[in-house]
Write a protein of this length. Structure first.
Length: 141
């Protein structure tokens, strides 16, 4: 297991970046761009993005050997987060998932029931919590 890295500023993050790739699946371009920038400080791998579950699953199938974590929105057109998560668990169960949403915890639990809920990160993001969750997910692979 990799050791945890502490930081006080965004510049400190780059000195202890993890070498893994992350996929951000969110229909909101602002969220995708912000997460791409922030996650770029956390990992020395690639940050892939998708606007919906269909695109995200296609990227996972193409880049499966590289993607270690998916940041997954729940409310998206074409294929929502719950459907995407269920399919992702079938095609790449080793890939970690963090649910990224503005919904309440109770609503997310209800929507994922009866399945266990992946780690949940509420929007708007707190950078220290985002960083900790991403690091924890990538270090437990």
């Amino acid at each position: 297991m990799k050791s945890m890295c502490t930081f006080d500023t965004l510049a400190d993050l780059k000195t202890c970046a993890l070498v893994d790739s992350i996929l951000v699946i969110d229909d909101d371009i602002g969220i995708r761009e912000a997460l791409t920038e922030i996650l770029g400080w956390l990992v020395n791998g690639s940050i892939f993005t998708a606007t919906n579950g269909h695109e995200g699953l296609a990227i996972v199938q193409e880049q499966r050997q590289h993607i270690r974590l998916v940041m997954l929105d729940i409310n998206m057109p074409l294929m929502n987060g719950e459907q995407t998560y269920a399919k992702l668990q079938k095609i790449a169960p080793e890939v970690k998932v963090i649910i990224s949403t503005g919904l309440s915890h109770a609503e997310v639990v209800r929507r994922f029931a009866p399945h266990p809920l992946p780690p949940l990160l509420h929007k708007p993001y707190q950078i220290d919590l985002l960083s900790s969750m991403v690091r924890l997910a990538l270090e437990t692979i």
